[in-house]
Design a protein around this ligand. Structure first.
Ligand code: AMP
Length: 324
């Protein structure tokens, strides 16, 4: 277990003291953001049926199978406890009124770049925020027991953020998953939600395989323009399916997707991934951040995209030299 006993006790005390609890997570939610947010919501609803537990933010079409967000009004914050899951920095919180509550709790597994909140349970060694929510339930000594509904959401979050247990799962990752699968949840169905794709998405995947640039330095890159998304009939969210392609190509260590945005601010969303050198430094230098092996940033021009590719080439070459 990663979270300290003192933090769990303090967390339960905060929960017991508030009748309204509003849970936020980051913008552009992924299954771990929603899994940790809604997983915690259903856990608290079941343990404290008299409290109002609200989930704030906007959910995307692709994640609507996980549940729905609540309509949260300004006045709801007046007497509320606010919890933010899976969000390293405050400017990435979905829902700008998150700081209008009485107290603020952060539960996160990213590198600590912005220490916000009256209580912070921030453990970069956790592979997902859903793993931490599972821990809270297990360590709560019966105050917040796991439920079937929560187990589905939390398992989805863990599976998604570890790429189905591929990306550096730890003993704690498996331990939490083990507890969740003791509940009658359809793990196959949950995993299928991530792997199934539409015909349009399958065709787009073909496009990506043909157009990814593979560089000798061990770097791969793909530019996805709005025109291409229109041509293949896919959403920006669906471009997710091609992000991990280079991870299985021999000799590739780092890779990047540049996704053209509507409007010019920024022009491109930058999604960086690695299975070798830490790439979060490059993300931070381009108005972003994230984890050592998965980060996001912004690029305003082709020139900046080339800079990012060159920076990746440099750290990848260095990495390969020291890890021959
Ligand atoms: P993504 O490529 O959007 O899946 O993001 C990968 C990781 O980087 C996630 O953990 C995000 O929280 C983080 N991240 C993405 N974009 C940004 C950004 N602009 N600033 C800080 N962190 C980011």
């Amino acid at each position: 277990m990663l979270i300290t006993k003192e933090e769990i006790i303090q967390f339960i005390e905060y929960i017991e003291n508030y009748d309204t609890i509003i849970i936020h997570r980051h913008v552009r939610p992924d299954p771990d953001a929603v899994g940790s947010q809604l997983g915690l919501k259903v856990l608290l609803e079941s343990a404290f049926p008299n409290k109002r537990i609200l989930a704030a933010g906007t959910i995307t079409e692709g994640l609507s199978w996980m549940g729905r967000m609540d309509e949260v009004k300004s006045e709801d914050y007046e007497e509320a406890l606010v919890i933010v899951t899976d969000t390293a920095n405050q400017d990435r919180i979905d829902g700008k009124q998150y700081d209008q509550g009485q107290k603020l709790i952060k539960i996160d597994h990213h590198l600590i770049v912005d220490a916000y909140g009256d209580l912070q349970m921030a453990y970069p060694e956790a592979t997902s925020a859903s793993q931490l929510i599972t821990e809270i339930a297990l360590q709560s000594e019966g105050h917040i027991p796991l439920t079937v509904e929560a187990s589905k959401l939390l398992y989805a979050g863990i599976v998604a953020d570890t790429g189905r247990f591929l990306y550096n799962p730890t003993p704690e990752t498996f331990e939490m998953a083990m507890h969740l699968v003791t509940y009658p949840i359809d793990t196959r169905k949950i995993t299928d939600q991530f792997s199934e794709k539409s015909v349009e998405e399958a065709r787009f995947e073909g496009y990506a395989y043909q157009n990814i640039q593979f560089y000798d330095e061990g770097v791969a890159s793909l530019v996805i323009t709005r025109d291409i998304m229109r041509q293949y009939g896919i959403t920006e969210e669906a471009t997710n399916i091609v992000l991990t392609i280079p991870s299985n190509v021999t000799g590739m260590y780092t890779w990047v997707n540049f996704i053209e945005q509507e409007g010019d601010n920024p022009k491109y969303r930058v999604r960086l991934r690695s299975k070798g050198p830490a790439i979060n430094g490059i993300a931070e230098a381009h108005d972003g951040g994230g984890h050592a092996m998965a980060s996001g940033a912004k690029a305003d021009s082709e020139e900046e995209m080339n800079e990012i590719i060159n920076e990746l080439k440099q750290i990848t070459q260095e990495y390969r030299q020291t890890n021959k």
